[in-house]
Design a binder for this molecule. Structure first.
Ligand SMILES: N[C@@H](CCC(=O)N[C@@H](CS)C(=O)NCC(=O)O)C(=O)O
Length: 220
C-alpha cells in the first residue's frame, strides 16, 4: 500500500492527503516530523510530505506527489483533459504556492513562537502577497471552483496554501486575504464543507498539540 509520510498539521501534507482521499486511493499515513530520522530516510530535503509508492519508490515535493497520483491513478481526475485548461490549473497551483504560501510562511516563527519579524521582512512579505492577490483576482473563477465547474488541484492547492496567509495577514500585516479577493471567502466556506476537508481539518486539530510539542522540543 502507498504510504504518505508527514504530519496532519502540515498544509503541504494535507494537499497530498486531500488528493489521495478524493481519488479514493488506499494509503497509510506515517507520522514523521521535519528533522526526524524517519523523515530524512524518505525525504532528502527533510521536508514533509514524502511518499513511498506501491512499487517502493520514494518521492517528495507535494506538486510531484500530486502529479504522480494523477499519472498512477488517473480516475477521478483532478486536472481538465484539455492542455490549455490543464496548464491554467497548474498556473493557479504555482501562484498559490509561490505568491501566497511561501511569503506568508516567512511569518511562521512569529505565529508559532514569539519571534519578532523585521519591518523590512514584513514589507517584502506583503508585497509578494499583494502580487498573489492580484493573480487570484485576475485568474480565479470561483464558478464555483477556482478553475471552473469541476474541482481540480487548483482548489486543493489554494485551500491549503491559504492556511498561513489567513492567520498571518490579520495578525501581522493588518490585511485579510479573505477580504482582498472577491469570491474567496464563499469559495473557502464551500471547500470547508466537503467531507474530505472536514476529516483533514479534524486530523489537523488532533495533531496540533503533538506538533507543537515537537517544535518546542526541537527548539529547546
Ligand atoms: N516545497 C515543499 C515544501 C514542504 C514544506 O515546506 N513542508 C514543511 C511542513 S508544512 C516542512 O517540512 N518544513 C520543514 C523544513 O522546512 O525544514 C513541498 O511542496 O512539499
Amino acid at each position: 500500500m502507498l504510504t504518505l509520510h508527514g504530519f496532519p498539521f502540515s498544509n503541504y501534507h494535507n494537499i497530498v492527503k486531500h488528493a489521495l482521499l478524493y481519488k479514493g486511493i488506499p494509503f497509510e499515513e506515517q507520522i514523521a516530523y521535519p528533522g526526524s530520522n524517519e523523515l530524512m530516510a524518505v525525504s532528502p530535503a527533510g521536508k514533509a510530505p514524502a511518499m513511498t509508492t506501491e512499487s517502493g519508490t520514494q518521492l517528495s515535493e507535494s506538486s510531484v506527489l500530486v502529479e504522480y497520483l494523477e499519472d498512477a491513478y488517473p480516475e477521478p481526475s483532478l486536472f481538465p483533459a484539455e492542455p490549455d485548461a490543464k496548464a491554467q490549473v497548474r498556473q493557479l497551483m504555482k501562484i498559490s504556492e509561490l505568491y501566497l504560501e511561501l511569503p506568508a510562511r516567512r511569518l511562521l516563527p512569529a505565529l508559532l513562537g514569539n519571534a519578532t519579524i523585521h519591518d523590512s521582512t514584513l514589507a517584502e512579505v506583503r508585497a509578494t502577497l499583494d502580487r498573489g492577490t492580484r493573480c487570484l483576482i485576475e485568474l480565479a473563477r470561483f464558478s464555483p471552483f477556482v478553475a471552473g465547474n469541476e474541482l481540480t488541484l487548483a482548489d486543493i492547492y489554494l485551500r491549503y496554501a491559504l492556511s498561513i496567509p489567513k492567520m498571518a495577514g490579520p495578525a501581522h500585516l493588518e490585511w485579510n486575504v479573505m477580504e482582498a479577493v472577491p469570491g474567496l471567502a464563499a469559495w473557502d466556506a464551500m471547500m470547508a464543507e466537503s467531507g474530505i476537508s472536514k476529516s483533514i481539518d479534524a486530523d489537523m486539530r488532533a495533531n496540533t498539540a503533538d506538533f507543537m510539542a515537537h517544535v518546542t522540543g526541537s527548539q529547546g
